[in-house]
Ligand binder design. Structure first.
Ligand code: 5GP
Length: 118
């Protein structure tokens, strides 16, 4: 038996999170430790550990995640300025080994992104 990832436990409502969007393939939540005024995570229900572990059969899912990024950007009024980040591997800063896309936006702030964000 494999242990459920942190994000799977959030999807199963075992751990609370602010869910901003969900569909049959993914959920979008607020990051618990935001690195920008808006910091959302787009997470597939399927627990692919890293982007580099995705296989050919996952192409439609990966495309769906990118579409959801645009959809939530429109929903939360950040479609004109956001950054999308995927950390792949511990040496790149990945801490949760369940694929997720970080959406970062400076909505409501005059600051611009530094190159080092995430
Ligand atoms: P990574 O470092 O793997 O790219 O990103 C993992 C992200 O998950 C981090 O930005 C971290 O703040 C976030 N995170 C970790 N634990 C929780 C949690 O329990 N709830 C939520 N909403 N986010 C979490």
């Amino acid at each position: 038996m494999t242990t459920a990832t942190l994000f799977t436990r959030i999807m199963n409502k075992e751990i609370p999170a602010e869910i901003l969007y969900e569909d049959d393939l993914c959920i979008v939540i607020n990051d618990i430790a935001p690195q920008a005024p808006v910091h959302m995570l787009v997470i597939p229900r399927q627990p692919i550990p890293r982007l580099a572990d995705a296989c050919q059969a996952d192409r439609e899912l990966l495309g769906h995640l990118m579409w959801v990024v645009g959809e939530v950007a429109r929903l939360y009024d950040i479609e004109d300025a956001f950054r999308l980040v995927v950390n792949n591997g511990a040496d790149a800063g990945q801490t949760v080994f369940h694929l997720h896309l970080h959406i970062l936006a400076n909505k409501g702030s005059d600051e611009t992104f530094s190159e080092a964000t995430l």
